[in-house]
Design a binder for this molecule. Structure first.
Ligand code: SF4
Length: 378
């Protein structure tokens, strides 16, 4: 099991008295702390060898920051051309201690340190205001956009506050998306059925070669079983699916392993998405992970500018997994992440054209399958 331990903690003056800052510092009593003002990685001169591998070096610094912007936002998948699932993202942490070769954060973030937005109460107030402004909407809100939701949580302890906050919100569901197995500390929390813990999954052969420092597939499934036994709904994201020589056997086996471990009744949803990347990522991955095989094959630019496998390859991957899920668990809703309605045809049982249509499929499934909880969910 992987545990994160920073080499130093930088604290924005503005959050030095925040309860979360005190909590995090108390968990690393041996780590030096420094108060900073307007910290910028580019101004660093004290990092030992910043040019050698800044992305790995940067993760050893934990920066507790005052976050001023809008923390709850529409998912970047929202677009006129792609069928999104009407999802919201909540920015609590930027960057991740895991090392997935294909991780888009390597090209996306403007600094390699791990940043925690420590003014948690302000951020939660933003969530309260946003969700209460539309009381008839069920907000699905995930924290796994700019980090892994649970990779750091065993040591930082942020989600115990967030889960309990969401338990009291009438019209929101929290999704914690992870490749870790750190759930023990969450099992006894009063989550009120308002948190879904989800796992990004791949066949173990891909995890071993491309998802360094993450939990093995067996560890993830064991953690999912524990979460499910503790009353959490769970979810799975086949994302990013990789086209590799043994893909058919690998993904079919993966679907079987999931249902061997978790009852379909406890699975809120399953999403599918194939590898996609912005072109600036490739040179970074070539340098950091020269043995990675993720970018082998033919890719084409999509309507959002991201590179993807050819349409026939994506459809083949989706259809194969979707049919297997349909056979083993026909009531579990599945959806494609960041694909056009065109791609849904010939791959999926439904062909929604818009985000509300797509979201309606998920919500109706939740309502039907969790009628007791539906009153507080819908
Ligand atoms: S777990 Fe997610 S955020 Fe972390 S390195 Fe892997 S892809 Fe990036």
């Amino acid at each position: 099991m992987f545990y994160y331990h920073p080499e130093r903690i930088l604290i924005d003056k503005a959050v030095s008295e925040e309860p979360l800052t005190r909590q995090i510092c108390s968990r690393f009593p041996d780590v030096p702390t420094y108060e900073v003002k307007n910290y910028g990685w580019h101004k660093e001169s004290s990092v030992n060898d910043p040019l050698k591998n800044p992305l790995s070096q940067g993760k050893k610094t934990l920066h507790l920051k005052y976050f001023q912007g809008t923390s709850i936002k529409a998912c970047p998948g929202f677009s006129d051309n792609l069928v999104c699932c009407n999802y919201f993202t909540l920015d609590l942490i930027e960057n991740c201690p895991f090392e997935c070769t294909y991780c888009i954060l390597q090209a996306f973030l403007n600094k390699p340190v791990i940043t925690v937005h420590a003014n948690l109460e302000d951020i939660m107030n933003q969530v309260r205001q946003r969700t209460s402004s539309q009381p008839d909407t069920l907000f699905r809100i995930g924290t796994g956009e700019h980090s892994d939701s649970l990779a750091l949580d065993k040591t930082l302890g942020i989600n115990q506050h967030v889960i309990q906050f969401f338990a009291a919100l009438p019209n929101a569901l929290l999704e914690l998306k992870t490749k870790s197995n750190h759930v023990e500390h969450l099992l006894d929390l009063p989550h009120g059925g308002k948190t879904v813990i989800s796992w990004s999954v791949n066949p173990q052969a891909i995890i071993k070669k491309e998802e360094f420092k993450t939990a093995t597939l067996d560890e993830r499934l064991k953690a999912a079983r524990m979460a499910s036994d503790a009353g959490y709904k769970v979810a799975f994201h086949f994302d990013p699916m990789i086209d590799y020589p043994d893909w058919q056997k690998g993904y079919q086996g993966l679907v079987e392993q999931i249902f061997d471990n978790i009852s379909p009744d406890r699975i809120a949803w399953i999403s599918l998405g194939t590898l996609r990347y912005i072109s600036s990522l490739k040179s970074i991955v070539d340098e950091r992970f020269p043995n990675s095989r993720v970018f082998l094959g033919e890719f084409v630019p999509g309507i959002d500018g991201k590179m993807r496998y050819l349409k026939k390859i994506r459809q083949r991957l989706y259809r194969n997994v979707q049919q297997k899920i349909q056979k083993l668990a026909p009531n579990v809703p599945t959806y494609l992440c960041m694909e056009s309605s065109h791609l849904w045809k010939n791959s999926m049982p439904h062909q929604p054209e818009t985000a509300p249509e797509m979201e309606g499929i998920l919500l109706r499934s939740l309502e039907k399958r969790y009628p007791k909880e539906a009153q507080c969910l819908m």
